[in-house]
Design a protein around this ligand. Structure first.
Ligand code: SME
Length: 157
């Protein structure tokens, strides 16, 4: 199975996994992180940072090693993706100005912002790899679609 086929299957799995669970946001985020994380051997850390009332991105449900609790908006890859409202694919984290190193094992990453129905940013999906250059446009495309499915279910009000 190539990567596109794998992602097509993952989108279907996400749809059926989260259907009817809109009242359990934490559970849905946790299960989607687990699903993505265990489908790809190259994913070292997979999880969410969510905008908190104090204006910072705070650690949400994830799979992987312990991580930073707080990321200021505009800082690091997560904070930049959130502030600029765009998916960031970072082939070499050491080359990203202001990268926040939660783990020295992380070499490349992708961050996808997520939005509520009104289009307000509510957080990001962050996936890290121990390999350099682990993510490409295919990951960006499918992870954005996955996040649209997820937010349509749990942030629809
Ligand atoms: N590297 C991220 C921080 C989050 S962790 O890697 C889990 C960043 O620069 O935003």
């Amino acid at each position: 199975m190539n990567k596109k086929e794998k992602y097509e299957l993952i989108l279907k799995q996400i749809e059926s996994l989260i259907a009817g669970e809109k009242d359990n946001k934490v559970g849905v985020l946790a299960n989607v992180a687990a699903l993505l994380h265990h489908e790809f051997d190259s994913f070292f850390w997979t999880g969410f940072y969510l905008l908190a009332p104090d204006g910072k991105l705070k650690l949400g449900p994830f799979q992987g090693t312990i991580a930073c609790f707080n990321i200021p908006v505009g800082k690091g890859v997560c904070g930049t993706s959130f502030a600029e409202r765009k998916t960031l694919v970072v082939p070499d984290v050491e080359a990203f100005p202001g990268h926040i190193a939660c783990s020295s094992l992380s070499r490349s990453e992708i961050v996808v912002p997520i939005y509520n129905k009104q289009g307000d940013g509510i957080g990001v999906l962050d996936i890290d790899s121990t390999a350099l250059d682990a993510f490409d446009d295919t990951d960006a495309h499918y992870l954005e679609r996955a996040m649209q499915l997820l937010t349509a279910e749990i942030y629809a009000d």
